[in-house]
Design a protein around this ligand. Sequence first.
Ligand code: FMN
Length: 199
Amino acid sequence: MSSASGPAVAISSPEGAGYAPSREPFGLVVIVGSVREGRFGPTVASWFVGRAQRREDLSTDVIDLAAAPDAQPFASRIDAADAFVIVTPEYNHGYPGPLKTAIDSAGSEWQAKPVGFVSYGGLSGGLRAVEQLRVVFAELHAVTVRETVSFHGARARFDERGQPRDRDAVNTAAGAMLDQLAWWARALRQARAVSPYGT
Ligand SMILES: Cc1cc2nc3c(=O)[nH]c(=O)nc-3n(C[C@H](O)[C@H](O)[C@H](O)COP(=O)(O)O)c2cc1C
């Protein structure tokens, strides 16, 4: 799948010099937010990562919060990334506690970078968890994108091979979210390079 965005358009920086966002692939980190025994999260995450890896405008790194700690610290992996997708379930109208712990373990590494969401759950499809995460990421000076992918009654929406039963709808939703993320990732990478983000 290719990006929907067209050719880069030169615009003026405050100093008057023209610049255009780089077309280099941006670094996407996908964070798997559920850690409990018997979790469904990896099925959702595997499908989404497969969709992301079809694109040529990004490279994908996956952080599974249930995995053993990596040699590279969490904050440095966040620092190296240009964009994030959080794969989150909903528990009692909120998002998982370990996900909050992980988010809070980094700080300025999140700043001026876009965040998208793939959510799942029972009736709500994880949308209440996502709305709460938007508030958290605003505090961290990150930019959350509007488009989301959500699965209501998640387990029933995937087949025995771990593929969504209603592929067209969710593939379209994933593409729309990744297109928005790509626009922000390229724009903010360029902006950070021109002028370090100050708080
Ligand atoms: C303790 C608990 C609370 C839950 N609360 C909600 C909820 O408030 N809203 C909802 O839509 N689904 C809720 N669910 C359903 C989960 O979102 C669903 O089981 C999901 O698959 C959990 O993700 P996981 O399997 O990756 O842990 C809850 C599940 C558990 C275990």
